[in-house]
Design a protein around this ligand. Structure first.
Ligand SMILES: *Cc1c(COP(=O)(O)O)cnc(C)c1O
Length: 397
């Protein structure tokens, strides 16, 4: 019996090594990895620049704590700020921690301005913000909350993209609005751009903060450095993680100087956050993602894969209901049970991640090749054909 706490229903697959978009089991079976460690392996596996950044740093110094200056942290914070709306960055080790920082920062902002009563957040149906006690309360999903005691107070959930419900939920206790511009775990649900723009207006009008959880959508995943650019809406605070480390654990909370103005020395902390190893890898990821033309290529590949998937959808309307998403965060809403489709894809050599609303999520590395896209689309076509012929055999019996 495994000694690992059984919180995951895992596939019977163990990977030994990976190269680019492919992973290999010990006995040499090869899979095209479009699950990407769930949006983490932004540059695929064993990217030479990331490997050498980690090795070089490992030979210098691993950890010093935040009691001292950390060069790589200064550099990564500066680069993230220069590439975004932000003025300042706090480093953590995961997405949930980045969101925690965002929530604490927003509360502290109001408290420092004489409004400690402003501590509540408006959140959305279908959201996912992590698995800590605060972030499961923010996500507001029964399946994550059940059995863990009273959910932390301070979150007012409204229906997805319902502007009237947002207005109605605002009270003198509201500190901010927290959203994923595209709900990843929720099923690659893109918030309507006009809706997100209205949230910005409401936040300004009510003097509350707009918090984006871009843990999944950030660092080029949508074809923009952060998805807010695509929406034409600038947040006050943004949580980043996943792709920023390319596989090394890292979280970051980005903010304007104003939104961060309540966070003084001693107000927040993390032992490992901003550790030299994580910073070395994060900087190496940015070297690639911020390179000229890189994000444009992501957008071109997005168009290509969506067109190809749409044509598979036309061939198999009984299997594929809709193709959605931005950049290389792609959702295929399927009609059969999503688990059955994922298993069929694995059977054909493609790894994909399930998401809410019966969606198969594709998260290829951002540097995926056109050949690899073709390979994935062929596999998806084969898997769809396989499921269809099995279904036809069943119904004709
Ligand atoms: C994955 C994810 C998180 C949680 O990140 P962890 O690193 O697992 O804590 C939070 N928000 C969003 C949008 C995510 O996709």
């Amino acid at each position: 019996m495994s000694a690992v706490l059984p919180t995951y229903a895992r596939h019977e697959l163990t990977f030994d090594h990976g190269r680019g978009a492919h992973v290999y089991t010990r006995d040499g079976a090869r899979y095209l990895d479009f699950s990407g460690g769930v949006a983490v392996n932004s540059l695929g596996h064993a990217h030479p620049a990331l490997v050498s950044a980690l090795k070089d740093q490992a030979e210098k110094i691993w950890h010093t704590s935040n009691l001292y200056q950390i060069e790589g942290q200064e550099r990564l914070a500066r680069r993230l700020a220069d590439a975004s709306f932000a003025d300042v960055v706090f480093f953590a080790n995961s997405g949930a921690e980045a969101v925690e920082c965002a929530l604490k920062m927003a509360r502290r902002y109001h408290a420092a301005r004489g409004h400690p009563e402003r501590f509540r957040f408006i959140t959305f149906d279908g959201a996912f913000h992590g698995r800590t006690l605060a972030t499961i309360a923010a996500g507001g999903q029964d399946k994550h909350l059940t059995g863990f005691g009273p959910p932390m107070d301070g979150f007012d959930k409204v229906p997805f993209a319902d502007i009237d419900a947002v207005r109605a939920a605002i009270s003198p206790e509201t500190a901010g609005i927290l959203l994923e511009p595209i709900q990843g775990e929720g099923g690659v649900r893109v918030m309507p751009h006009g809706f997100v723009r209205q949230l910005r207006e409401i936040a300004d009008e009510q003097k509350i903060l707009l918090l984006f959880d871009e843990v999944q959508t950030g660092i080029g995943r949508t074809g923009y450095f952060y998805a807010y650019e695509k929406f034409g809406v600038t947040p006050d605070i943004l949580a980043s993680a996943k792709g920023l480390g390319g596989g090394f654990p890292i979280g970051a909370c980005l903010a304007t100087a104003l939104a961060a103005s309540g966070m003084d020395a001693g107000s927040h902390g993390s032992t490992f956050g901003g550790n030299p190893l994580a910073m070395a890898v994060g900087n190496a990821v940015l070297d690639v993602v911020l390179d000229e033309g890189f994000l444009e290529e992501v957008r071109d590949k997005s168009l290509l894969i969506k067109q190809k998937l749409a044509s598979v959808g036309d061939e198999f309307p009984e299997i594929i209901e809709e193709i959605r998403g931005e950049g290389l965060l792609i959702g295929i809403k399927v009609k059969p049970q999503v688990k059955l489709v994922i298993d069929a894809l694995i059977g054909e050599g493609l790894l994909a991640a399930p998401a809410g609303e019966n969606v198969v999520r594709l998260l290829p590395p951002l540097n995926v090749s056109v050949d690899e896209i073709d390979e994935a689309v062929d596999i998806i076509r084969r898997a769809a054909a396989g499921i269809k012929s099995r279904d036809m055999a069943r119904t004709s019996n």
